[in-house]
Design a binder for this molecule. Structure first.
Ligand code: BGP
Length: 472
């Protein structure tokens, strides 16, 4: 019993939420840079408010992030101290191709990530690289309208080729798109989509999704061609949909919600559009236009493994119910659960349920690449953060994960919690919604020293890793 020896422990972050330095090193402007903090954020990330430049009235938290761009050595040293075996991170596309379609990549950007990988190597930390974590050059949004245009596939593959060729010595594990199903809920973040008045949004989203799915399959092909040791995974925002009651109508609605999310993985892992999706897209008149050969490509290059984020389960009712928040979208309030300070359900058993469901469905190795608690941390007079609430959350989720592996036989490659060092929230743009084992002295208005301090959970997680999950 116990987790396998090769199980990988670590943490996960995203370039736009931690790096900052957006006008350094020749970097170009990206969609995530122009997502402001505050009340307009929601409309911007959903594509309903077009804002492709920064203005004076808003604050743009990605501009500074938590300064990983300058402090990565310190941050990776802290990860090393916790015993990380894997660090999931993402590449800022515009550091490599500032406008997305230059002939040659930007050497300064390439060097930055090379240095990051070298630093990881010092501590025997293996990078797991998300090629696009809510990331799209603004130039490509202006020119092509983001992923609604098929030409995005070529731009993305140009990035992939450079990454696979340049970093072959450092990286063998890749994820094509972060939370690919979020294109339905945050289409500007997920695909650089801004909607025009009166257009059929669903059609645009599924067309863009199709392009990302083809790009993902072609990335798998390319990764394997360049280095047969490369392993490429998909990544989706998971969390099983529970029926609000045993009323068949509730069960049916829950099934539809699950299918909406599994659709993406069905294509990436099984290699074809599932029949339920074909029928539904046809009925709604929103079938994506496919090019000749797309279906063959999808079939020929499924992913090697499946990764996902899990923060909460969802609860679905056919009739109107009180709602609860959750990772980027709301669902009915589950009366049996407690909730985080941001109103997200807390459901550790839901992780075991999700792991079983996903493994049953695909029979491919899984990787939990995000899980954690966004909470307000209050340092005491000595600057210490006693984050027992975070430890409790993680402990229960890791227990549930272990049960799925040890008792249910789920094949799980590893676990990377979100996020080792505090960073900017994707959903709200807030700094005060913290996930880290390491506290960053930075306030909501951007003030603070940026200094890093170990929280109580830092030492707890260190022990968890040291004992391969035996001491929780
Ligand atoms: C996922 C994203 C992450 C991350 C996380 C937590 O959707 O992949 O980028 O931020 O959720 O969400 P939030 O930052 O909104 O609390």
């Amino acid at each position: 019993m116990g987790l396998p020896d090769h199980f990988m422990w670590g943490g996960a972050s995203a370039a736009n939420q931690c790096e900052g330095g957006i006008s350094e090193g020749g970097r170009g402007l990206a969609n995530v840079d122009v997502c402001p903090a505050g009340p307009d954020r929601r409309d911007v990330i959903t594509g309903h408010k077009k804002m492709l430049r920064m203005d004076q009235e808003h604050r743009y938290p990605a501009a500074e992030g938590v300064d990983f761009y300058h402090r990565f050595r310190e941050d990776i040293r802290l990860m090393g101290e916790m015993g990380f075996q894997v660090y999931r991170m993402s590449i800022a596309w515009t550091r490599i191709f500032p406008n997305g379609e230059e002939e040659t990549p930007n050497e300064e950007g390439l060097l930055f990530y090379e240095n990051v990988f070298k630093e990881c190597r010092k501590y025997h930390i293996r990078p797991l690289v998300t090629i696009s974590h809510f990331d799209c050059p603004v130039h490509l949004i202006e020119k092509y309208g983001g992923w609604r245009d098929r030409r995005m596939i070529g731009c993305y593959l140009r990035l992939c080729r450079v990454l696979f060729e340049r970093y072959g010595d450092y990286v063998t594990h890749w994820l094509t798109f972060n939370e690919i199903n979020m294109i339905l809920h945050a289409p500007f973040m997920g695909a650089g989509l801004c909607f025009e008045e009166g257009e059929n949004e669903e059609q645009v989203k599924y067309q863009a999704a199709h392009h990302e799915l083809v790009a993902s399959a072609l990335a798998v092909k390319l990764a394997h061609e360049i280095n047969p040791n490369n392993q490429v995974g998909c990544m989706f925002a998971a969390g099983s949909a529970y029926p609000y009651s045993c009323r068949p109508e509730d069960v049916w609605e829950a099934l539809l919600t699950d299918q909406e999310n599994y659709f993406f993985v069905d294509v990436q892992a099984r290699g074809y559009y599932p029949s339920y999706a074909v029928k539904r897209l046809q009925r709604k008149g929103v079938c994506p236009v496919m090019a000749e050969g797309d279906e063959e490509l999808l079939r020929a290059y499924p992913v090697d493994f499946i990764s996902f984020s899990y923060y909460n389960s969802r609860c679905i009712a056919a009739a109107e119910q009180e709602t609860a928040e959750g990772n980027l979208f709301k669902s009915a309030k589950n009366p049996y659960l407690t909730f985080s300070e941001w109103g997200w359900p807390i459901d550790p058993l839901g992780l075991r349920i999700t792991l079983n469901e996903v493994y049953d469905r695909y029979q491919k190795p899984l990787f939990i690449v995000e899980n954690g608690l966004g909470a307000l941390d209050r340092p005491d007079e000595n600057g210490c953060v006693e984050d027992d609430y975070r430890i409790d959350y993680l402990r229960e989720h890791i227990r549930a994960m272990k049960a799925a592996v040890e008792e249910d036989g789920v094949d799980l490659m590893g676990y990377t919690s979100w996020a080792p060092v505090d960073l900017i929230s994707a959903g709200t743009g807030e700094m005060k919604k913290r996930y880290g084992f390491v506290y960053v002295d930075k306030n909501e208005d951007g003030t603070g020293t940026g200094n890093r301090t170990r929280k109580k959970s830092f030492y707890w997680y260190q022990k968890v890793i040291e004992t391969n999950g035996e001491v929780l």
